[in-house]
Write a protein that binds this ligand. Structure first.
Ligand SMILES: N[C@@H](CCC(=O)N[C@@H](CS)C(=O)NCC(=O)O)C(=O)O
Length: 242
C-alpha cells in the first residue's frame, strides 16, 4: 500500500487506483468487490489525521474514502456506486449481482438497504448515547433490526450459509464490512448478538463470511475498530487518547 504524504496526487496511470483506509467499512466494500473479482489495483492509504491537500482538491471534494480513480482519470465516489461498478465491469461469473435476475438483484438491495437504514444509524446512535435509557433504546433498535435481518436471510435461503445460499454475493460485499465492526459496540457498550433461535441464521451467516477469504484478508484487527469508534463516544477528547 503506498503512502499519501506526497504533494502530488498518488495514482497509477494504467490501472485502477483505490483511495482507502482500513478503518472504514465503506472503503472495505470497495476492497472486497475488487478482491472478489480478482481485479488488480493500486491502493493509496489516506490518513484522516494528515489528509493530503490533493485528495480533497483533485480526488474527492468531500474528503472521504473510498474513491476509485479509473484508468482514464474518471473518479468514482460512494461505496455502493464503486462496488457495483467493479462487480458490473469485472465479475465474469455474473453471480455476485446476477445480471440476468432482476428479482434477486432487488432482494439483495432490500437486504443491504435494511442494514444501512434500520441498523447502522442505531449503531452510531448507541455509541453517541449519553444516558443509559438512550443506550437501552438504541440497543433494542439494533436487536430488532438484526432479528429482521435474520428473517431476510431465512426467507432468501433457509439453509445458508450466505444470503444466496452457497453463493457469496453483493449482499456480503456491502453488509459484512459493517457487521465485522460491531466489535466496537461490543467493547464500548457491551452489545452482543444473542445466541438464540431468533438470531441463529444470522450467526451462521456471520461465521461463514468471516471465514471467507476476501473478507478475512481485508478486515483490520479488532483493536483498530475499537480505537476508531472512540470518537463517537460522548465526551471524547482526542488529545487524551493519543
Ligand atoms: N457514503 C459514503 C461514506 C464514506 C465515509 O463516511 N467515509 C469516512 C470513513 S468511514 C471518511 O472517509 N471520513 C473522512 C474523515 O474522517 O476525514 C460511502 O458510502 O462511501
Amino acid at each position: 500500500m503506498s503512502s499519501s504524504s506526497t504533494s502530488q496526487p498518488d495514482f497509477a496511470p494504467n490501472k485502477l487506483t483505490l483511495y482507502d483506509n482500513p478503518i472504514c467499512p465503506y472503503a472495505q466494500r470497495a476492497v472486497v468487490a475488487l478482491k472478489e473479482t480478482n481485479t488488480d489495483y493500486h491502493n493509496v492509504y489516506i490518513d484522516f489525521k494528515n489528509k493530503p491537500e490533493w485528495y480533497t482538491k483533485v480526488i474527492n471534494p468531500q474528503g472521504k474514502v473510498p474513491a476509485l480513480r479509473l484508468e482514464d482519470g474518471t473518479i468514482l465516489i460512494e461505496s455502493l456506486i464503486i462496488a457495483e461498478y467493479v462487480v458490473d465491469r469485472f465479475d465474469r461469473t455474473h453471480k455476485l449481482l446476477p445480471s440476468d435476475d432482476p428479482k434477486t438483484r432487488a432482494q439483495i438491495r432490500l437486504f443491504t438497504n435494511h442494514y444501512d437504514t434500520a441498523i447502522s444509524p442505531n449503531v452510531y446512535g448507541l455509541l453517541r448515547a449519553a444516558t443509559s435509557e438512550e443506550q437501552q433504546q438504541k440497543t433494542q433498535a439494533i436487536l430488532d433490526g438484526l432479528a429482521q435481518l435474520n428473517q431476510l436471510l431465512v426467507q432468501q435461503s433457509p439453509e445458508g450459509p450466505f444470503f444466496l445460499g452457497n453463493q457469496f454475493s453483493f449482499a456480503e460485499i456491502v453488509v459484512a464490512p459493517l457487521v465485522v465492526r460491531l466489535i466496537g459496540i461490543e467493547y464500548h457498550r457491551g452489545f452482543k448478538i444473542p445466541q438464540t433461535k431468533e438470531y441463529a441464521r444470522l450467526n451462521q451467516w456471520i461465521k461463514a463470511f468471516k471465514a471467507h477469504p476476501s473478507i478475512k484478508e481485508s478486515t483490520a484487527e479488532d483493536s483498530v475498530f475499537i480505537e476508531g469508534f472512540k470518537k463517537f463516544l460522548p465526551g471524547y477528547n482526542p488529545s487524551a487518547t493519543q
